[in-house]
Design a protein around this ligand. Structure first.
Ligand SMILES: *Cc1c(COP(=O)(O)O)cnc(C)c1O
Length: 365
């Protein structure tokens, strides 16, 4: 079976470096908020081209704490509307509702799966205060246009960059476009830790300080608490793993692009819709998502041919039991996406032989 994502192969490539980094942490005697986290935060801020990076426990916390910090800073208040794509992964929306802000679901552009400026503009009301711009599947949302809209209407922009480490537009990377960005380093993400981890990037020093305090019991200074905070910190051991993985990220993105180029050039089947291609730099191929009206039959066919596939995502957020309040709402583009998408094997360790086998199996359907 060709696995959808072979995490073991990805991490064992760097076994010696990872073991050395883990050993360094074990022998340091310092496991929370030490040199590894500080160094990773600097290196990742530098990589993204932003001023500050704050390590947190996971990607959901990165988004949740950023919105919470804006509330503490008086920039958002309960009930404010936040625009978010209707077809995103549920975490983007959980971060909004956790803060008692109001998600306004907006249909994506069909070709890119991301927010488009026109539909976003149409959703803005006098209560709209922020946009969560998700770079879904690893492709950048149209940030120049979204930032233009935000400026015109005085909105905050939070990038959900959990799937897009290293993607860029005009040389400017994900994480440096919005007023802040949330990253996940969940093991299966393009920059993955060996456990849960996340970070926020921003150029706003006050925001950085507020998030740092909120994730540390609301404390900016030992035993003094400004906020009713939470415990959401990046561990030293995960920071050390991430420092190793970050050094190899650009090469891994190159490998993913090669796999994507192979699929795009060689999959030949009129019943399959391939992802639309923008500029090379804008997509880091976290997922390679095709569409097919007979998705179930295709998935079975590929399984029979020894190709594992996954669906991102089978149920749209507005049809989740968690959001029963939206059951009656209808987002036809989003619903059609959820009914037809299928993710092919994609990763930095896929050989050309393997991507060739996947290509043949899809073409034969
Ligand atoms: C993975 C992911 C998250 C959440 O990150 P975790 O680290 O798993 O909490 C948020 N948004 C998107 C788009 C994601 O893919």
């Amino acid at each position: 079976m060709i696995p959808f994502l072979d995490l073991k192969s990805i991490n064992t490539q760097y076994r010696d470096e990872l073991v050395a980094a883990a050993t360094r942490v074990i022998e340091s005697g310092w496991y929370i908020q030490g040199n590894e986290v500080r160094a990773f935060e600097e290196e990742f801020a530098d990589y993204c081209g932003s001023q500050h990076c704050i390590g947190v426990a996971d990607g959901l916390d990165a988004l949740t704490l950023t919105l919470r910090a804006w509330k503490e800073m008086g920039k958002l208040k309960e009930g404010d509307e936040v625009i978010v794509p209707a077809n995103t992964y549920i975490a983007s929306i959980l971060a909004i509702t956790e803060n008692r802000l109001k998600p306004v679901l907006v249909e994506p552009d069909e070709a890119s799966f991301n927010l488009c400026p026109e539909k976003t503009a149409a959703a803005i009301t006098s209560n709209t205060k922020a946009i969560v711009a998700v770079h879904l599947y690893g492709q950048m949302a149209p940030m120049p246009a979204l930032m233009g809209l935000a400026e015109k209407h005085g909105l905050l922009v939070l990038e959900d960059a959990a799937q897009a480490h290293g993607a860029s537009i005009g040389g400017r990377k994900a994480g440096s476009w919005g007023h802040a960005a949330g990253f996940s380093f969940y093991p299966g993400k393009n920059l993955g830790a060996l456990g849960d981890a996340g970070a926020v990037t921003t150029d706003d020093e006050e925001l950085a300080k507020t998030i740092r305090a909120l994730g540390n019991y609301g404390s900016h200074k030992k035993y003094e608490n400004l906020y009713q905070g939470v415990n959401s910190r990046l561990d030293e051991i995960q920071a050390a793993m991430l420092r190793v993985k970050l050094r190899h990220l650009d090469k891994e993105i190159q490998n993913r692009r090669q796999v994507a180029e192979h699929y795009l050039a060689h999959i030949d089947n009129p019943s399959i819709q391939l992802p639309a291609i923008g500029a090379l730099e804008t997509h880091v191929w976290h997922l390679f998502v095709i569409r097919c009206q007979q998705r179930e039959a295709l998935q079975h066919h590929l399984a029979d041919q020894g190709v594992q596939t996954l669906i991102h995502y089978p149920i749209p957020p507005h049809h989740q039991k968690a959001y029963a309040c939206w059951q009656a709402e209808h987002y036809p583009i989003t619903e059609n996406i959820h009914q037809t998408v299928l993710s092919l094997p994609m990763g930095p360790c896929l050989t050309s032989e393997t991507s060739g086998q996947v290509t043949e199996a899809v073409t034969r359907f």
